[in-house]
Design a protein around this ligand. Structure first.
Ligand code: SF4
Length: 231
């Protein structure tokens, strides 16, 4: 299996341009720009909440408005009224709920000393998961892309692409997928970010739910499904 994983990572490295075309800006391991060009860890956290059930294009427009108003910082959001924020984030789905969740999350992070302090806590994941609107995938995305803690987010694309490519299936068991992948991958920030970006890109472009486009997929040479070995 380690040979296959090595080949997967090699293929993902070669996808750099394709990842950038789909919004994942491959950069140095510590950079927040991976996450749709986010200019700071604060912007990763903010957009990780806004993007739930909303298209990236809409989130980008909203992010530009937040930047213009100086509301692209956790500390500023902690002091804004949710009803005022809901006006600024017009366009995202569930904007009132998200505005409330964002201001509460911003307050919680500010109270413990900001993102740098959050990163140093041993209970960072649990603390994030205790926040309203932060599920496992969002918590892991914030850890990986905002806090630079190697923690793999499991998305619907991870399940589909890796399930088909490696012939594994843990169903809806988030923890089982996460444990499996974190055992398989070298614990390296760059590899984790690259892996997530590539899997989401492949899941959106090639590994479609009903009719996967295996003939065009970068994984066709290693994928068990494409080779008729499973599924
Ligand atoms: S080769 Fe086909 S089944 Fe395998 S990951 Fe690509 S699109 Fe999905």
């Amino acid at each position: 299996m380690s040979d296959v994983v090595g080949r997967l990572i090699e293929i993902f490295r070669e996808m750099r341009r394709e990842l950038e075309e789909t919004g994942w800006l491959v950069d140095d391991p510590e950079s927040s720009k991976w996450w749709g060009g986010a200019e700071s860890p604060d912007e990763v956290v903010i957009t990780a909440i806004l993007v739930q059930q909303t298209r990236w294009e809409v989130v980008n427009e909203v992010l530009n408005r937040l930047r213009a108003l100086g509301l692209n910082k956790i500390e500023s959001l902690a002091n804004v009224r949710p009803e005022d924020l809901a006006e600024v984030v017009k366009g995202v789905n569930y904007r009132f709920t998200k505005a409330l969740r964002l201001t509460r999350l911003a307050k919680a992070i500010t109270e413990i000393g900001g993102l740098n302090a959050l990163k140093l806590r041993s209970d960072v994941r649990d603390l994030l998961l205790r926040q309203d609107g932060v599920g496992e995938e969002t918590a892991d995305s914030i850890m990986l892309f905002a806090l630079n803690i190697p923690s793999i987010p499991i998305s619907q694309y991870t399940r589909r692409v890796i399930g088909r490519a490696l012939g594994v299936d843990f169903g809806g068991n988030y923890r089982a997928w996460k444990d499996y992948l974190e055992r398989l991958l070298p614990r390296d920030l760059y590899v984790y970010k690259l892996f997530h970006a590539a899997v989401v890109t492949i899941g959106k472009k090639y590994c479609l739910k009903d009719e996967p486009r295996c003939g065009e997929c970068p994984l066709r040479g290693v994928c068990r499904h494409a080779q008729g070995l499973k599924y």
